[in-house]
Design a protein around this ligand. Structure first.
Ligand SMILES: Nc1ncnc2c1ncn2[C@@H]1O[C@H](COP(=O)(O)OP(=O)(O)OP(=O)(O)O)[C@@H](O)[C@H]1O
Length: 239
């Protein structure tokens, strides 16, 4: 059972002045939502804040009825929240299988083998590489390991920070397809993405941040159709 993520009036930072201020957004169960905006807008900070990695000074984060604000990351994982950071998101000297196993430590699934099979069915590219050190894989395959690890705790919500960063166009397409496959399983996805146009094409909703604040929100289609949004944030005028 998935639940709505509801962020209300969230202000947070790293101990100094706030980096994100008064952010509100909601993500419906089972949808893909993308956070967009210029460099330094606070997109990663928003994801880190939901995953309890910053200092919150105001606002709340709810998953369904459950208040997440103030919970530690180790508590969030068993509550159904999983995250894939942008970098250093795998253990390079550990095998692919061991990396997947790490994803079960904070919240062991009831049937680990079944979960592993389910995850590998989403990432068939990894099946023949389970005993290989993850650091030997290509960038796209490493990203799949990181995403697979995050799914091993059977999350309701996955936070993904720039899942296509640094990937070739072919892998970029592959990762976007995988995100749609993951959504098919009922998991809610909130992600930050630099490839804004492509992300909005697969996203149910997009949220644009500027200077740490909400700037615009809409469905992927609405944002793609908005001329100002296209000019300011999507690098051009073509729809
Ligand atoms: N660990 C940290 N400690 C202090 N300040 C930080 C930390 N991480 C990020 N910041 C600051 O927070 C601001 C927002 O950074 P953030 O990474 O959230 O933006 P972003 O929108 O994800 O940017 P980008 O698109 O460049 O990744 C920046 O000014 C950055 O310097």
């Amino acid at each position: 059972m998935t639940e709505q993520l509801c962020v209300k009036g969230l202000t947070a930072g790293y101990g100094g002045p706030p980096i994100i201020e008064d952010i509100s957004l909601s993500v419906e169960p089972g949808e893909i939502a993308v956070v967009l905006g210029p460099n330094g807008a606070g997109k990663s900070t928003l994801l880190k804040t939901i995953f309890a990695l910053t200092t919150v000074s105001a606002g709340s984060i709810l998953l369904g009825e459950r208040e997440l604000t103030g919970c530690r990351t180790s508590v969030l994982v068993p509550l159904g929240v999983s995250a894939v950071p942008q970098s250093k998101n795998i253990f390079p000297s550990m095998t692919v299988d061991e990396n997947l196993d790490v994803g079960t430590y904070a919240a062991p699934p009831p049937d680990k083998d079944a979960t592993r099979e389910k995850v590998l069915s989403l990432f068939p590219d990894l099946k023949g590489k389970l005993n290989q050190p993850a650091g030997e894989l290509s960038g796209g395959q490493r990203q799949m390991v990181a995403m697979g690890r995050a799914l091993m705790s059977e999350p309701k919500l996955v936070l993904l920070d720039e899942p296509t960063a640094g990937l070739s166009p072919a892998y970029l397409e592959r990762i976007f397809d995988l995100l749609l496959d993951i959504r098919q399983t009922g998991i809610t996805i909130l992600m930050v993405e630099q490839n804004a146009r492509q992300a909005l094409q697969i996203a149910d909703h997009g949220h644009i941040l500027v200077n740490g604040r909400n700037h615009a929100s809409g469905t992927g289609k609405e944002l793609l159709a908005d001329e100002d949004i296209r000019r300011l944030f999507l690098g051009g005028t073509a729809a």
